[in-house]
Design a protein around this ligand. Structure first.
Ligand SMILES: Nc1ncnc2c1ncn2[C@@H]1O[C@H](COP(=O)(O)OP(=O)(O)O)[C@@H](O)[C@H]1O
Ligand SMILES: [Mg+2]
Length: 423
């Protein structure tokens, strides 16, 4: 079948890499893609929010399946848009519809869902400009630090964690009354701070059945030792070393199964990936958030560990027959290290030629903010290249990735030399 992947990051290159391995895949397209997807697929020149262009491409290239990488088109209802078009309504869309995507698109929707289905999460209340006074009293009743979350999508910037109650009230005022995060902060979730260690679990579901995919831990801060500003993610390892079988059983019993059951009870159709952002407090798992798609950089660490044919799995999702499938996970562990532009996540320059990618062996090179221009691969974003390696242990995988990085260079290239430091 012909497949279209939407997105342009390392995640989408990792999807393309896996889908390309499938014997079921005839022609593979990525829109808009990057210099990496260009090598294994046909890049199409439109953006993920250009719904009409997407529909045209589905018709023109006889696309049978669309895999939606990032959250914005999902939350904007791309899945519904495709199925509402009579000519292409048979197209398989991997990614939930607009309603289900509210699990990521509205933090309040997600909290209501979690509470309705008794899934462990931080206690919370949601406020708007109208009841900001109640929000202040709520803050006064809480033990610091205070967690303030813009309800809507805010590109990973909408969560503030604040120690001081007055500062928390000021920030809340900025969010609710002065549109600090635009429309995204018209509502704000104020919640209890949970002290623990974070991990990400992933499942693929057809809405009734689900399959566990490998779990991961990502490294968000720019600086070594988890210091400095937040980024889109500087690296990831899979599995997280502290994830025991016992704990994973707890996650399935208390979180994953109740989530799938909750979707069915609420009559929410869901076909795609669910990313569970979890925190382990003592020995108990809590949900920090849901994402309705795979993560980036987690995909670059997780997808290469899936030995089964990913396209076959996705096809059975569309048929509601995921229960007939087996997901075989590689025993090897994986580690991904991101090469980023100097200055990122603040100001940085683009258009730097990237050298040495062809010299890498023993690791997978996933392109992210990188483009092909005049025969050269050049930087085109903050996070540029993700290097993934597999090994008997995460440690071995990390050593391989760091060895591979020695071959690669571009002006002002930066990376964290300590991914997995806390193992
Ligand atoms: N209740 C909480 N307790 C402690 N830390 C939290 C809590 N909620 C969020 N965080 C921290 O803030 C980060 C971002 O929050 P999250 O809900 O994942 O929002 P988003 O990814 O949409 O920015 C989390 O990865 C976690 O580190
Ligand atoms: Mg998050």
């Amino acid at each position: 079948m012909n497949v279209l992947i939407l997105g342009s990051g390392g995640r989408e290159h990792a999807f393309a890499y896996k889908i390309k391995q499938s014997t079921l895949c005839k022609n593979l397209y990525v829109a808009p893609g990057n210099s990496g997807t260009r090598e294994i697929a046909t890049n199409l020149q439109f953006q993920v929010n250009q719904f009409e262009d997407i529909v045209e491409a589905i018709k023109k290239f006889e696309i049978k399946m669309v895999i939606i990488g990032p959250e914005v088109p999902l939350v904007n209802g791309l899945s519904d848009y495709i199925s509402a078009n009579d000519e292409i309504k048979e197209t398989i869309v991997i990614g939930p519809n607009k309603h289900a995507s509210q699990l990521e698109g509205s933090k309040d929707f997600a909290k209501e869902f979690l509470n309705r289905h008794n899934i462990p999460t931080a206690s919370h209340k949601t406020f708007t400009a109208e009841n900001i006074k109640d929000a202040f009293s709520y803050i006064d009743s809480m033990i610091p630090p205070y967690v303030l979350k813009a309800d809507g999508l805010a590109a990973g910037k909408g969560v503030l964690i604040i120690d001081n109650p007055n500062e928390a009230k000021n920030e809340l005022t900025e969010m609710l009354l002065n549109s600090k995060f635009g429309d995204a902060s018209k509502s704000v979730v104020v919640e209890e701070f949970l002290d623990g260690i974070e991990l990400s679990c992933f499942v693929l579901t057809d809405g009734k059945n689900y399959k566990l995919l490998p779990s991961a831990k990502d490294y968000k801060r720019i600086g070594e030792g988890d210091t400095g500003l937040n980024t889109g993610g500087m690296g990831a390892i899979s599995p997280p070393p502290f994830l025991t079988k016992d704990f994973m059983r707890k996650v399935e019993k208390k979180i994953i199964q109740p989530t799938i059951d909750g979707l069915m009870k609420d009559k929410i159709t869901y076909k795609g990936f669910i990313f569970f952002g979890l925190i382990k407090v003592k020995e108990e798992p809590y949900v920090i958030e849901y994402n309705v798609r795979m993560g980036d950089p987690e995909s670059e660490a997780v997808l290469p560990r899936i030995k089964s044919d990913l396209l076959e799995l996705l096809y059975s999702v569309s048929k509601g027959q995921l229960n007939h499938q087996e997901v075989i996970i590689d025993n090897k562990e994986s580690a991904t290290v991101f090469l980023v532009s100097g200055g990122y996540p603040e100001q940085y320059e683009k258009n730097k030629e990237i050298f040495g990618l062809d010299k890498v062996s023993g690791s997978i090179v996933f392109h992210a903010g990188a483009k092909y221009e005049e025969g050269k691969v050049k930087t085109n974003g903050g996070r540029v290249i993700a290097i993934t390696s597999m090994g008997a242990t995460v440690k071995e995988a990390l050593d391989k990735s760091y060895n591979s990085i020695k071959n690669i260079s571009f002006e002002k290239m930066n990376y964290r030399g300590d991914i997995g430091f806390d193992l």
